[in-house]
Write a protein of this length. Structure first.
Length: 216
């Protein structure tokens, strides 16, 4: 089950990829998480991408593709995976097609208003990466992760200025992937403007139909 989660920043890809990963035992591969970990470590990759990420621009395709190719060669990705935040350009999608067979691309539909509200209230655990929202999905204790007790923080690119730029970049460079995967017969749509529970059940229905031949 080789899946791609497509959608604007804040559409819910990360939250749902984490849930699905747990349910089906396949890894969530988030290029954003990999880059953030590199920034945190202060590695050479981290130094290269930090400024790009803060502004909400895209990391160059060649660098991103190389990283994903290496990650997908690892043992845990041999029985399926969820690509969360990759590909983000047609060039990345073409490169991916040259070394992987994708089964389904799930497109998360939301409005700009929902995205801006979600991202500006998003908090992330510094230790385990769990995602919260100050209003919609608050932690039990303010500033503390329910799962591991880690400190919750606001991502450097979740400022209004960077959010607006990320939405612009998404529309220019990533949205064309919707038609790209539709043309290959791989695209499935969900409405991700409501709750994670509702999105989760839509995704599970798509997978039951697509992989287990149920429901149609
Ligand atoms: P995300 O966590 O998916 O919102 O990604 C955070 C940031 O990491 C993006 O705004 C980009 O700067 C960078 N990034 C993540 N994935 C990619 C990708 N596939 N291609 C280029 N840049 C990426």
């Amino acid at each position: 089950m080789n899946l791609i989660f497509l959608g604007a920043p804040g559409a819910g890809k990360g939250t749902l990829a984490a849930r699905l990963s747990k349910e089906y035992g396949i890894p969530q591969i988030s290029t954003g998480d990999i880059f953030r970990a590199a920034v945190k470590q202060g590695s050479e990759l981290g130094r290269k991408v930090q400024g790009i990420m803060e502004k909400g621009e895209l990391v160059p395709d060649s660098l991103t593709v190389e990283l994903v190719e290496e990650r997908l060669a690892q043992a845990d990705a041999q029985n399926g995976y969820i690509l969360d935040g990759f590909p983000r350009t047609i060039a990345q999608a073409d490169a991916l097609a040259s070394f992987q067979k994708i089964d389904m691309a799930i497109n998360f539909n939301t409005s700009d208003e929902v995205v801006i509200r979600r991202l500006s209230g998003r908090r992330v655990c510094r230790s385990c990466g769990a995602i919260y929202h100050v209003e919609n999905m608050p932690p039990k204790f303010e500033g503390k992760c329910d799962k591991c007790g880690g400190e919750l923080y606001t991502r450097d690119d979740d400022t209004i200025e960077s959010i607006k730029n990320r939405l612009r970049v998404y529309k220019d460079q990533t949205e064309p992937l919707i038609e790209y995967y539709r043309g290959k017969g791989l695209l499935r749509d969900i409405d991700s403007s409501t709750s994670p529970e509702e999105s989760f059940s839509q995704i599970k229905s798509l997978l039951l139909v697509g992989f287990f031949g149920l429901g149609e």
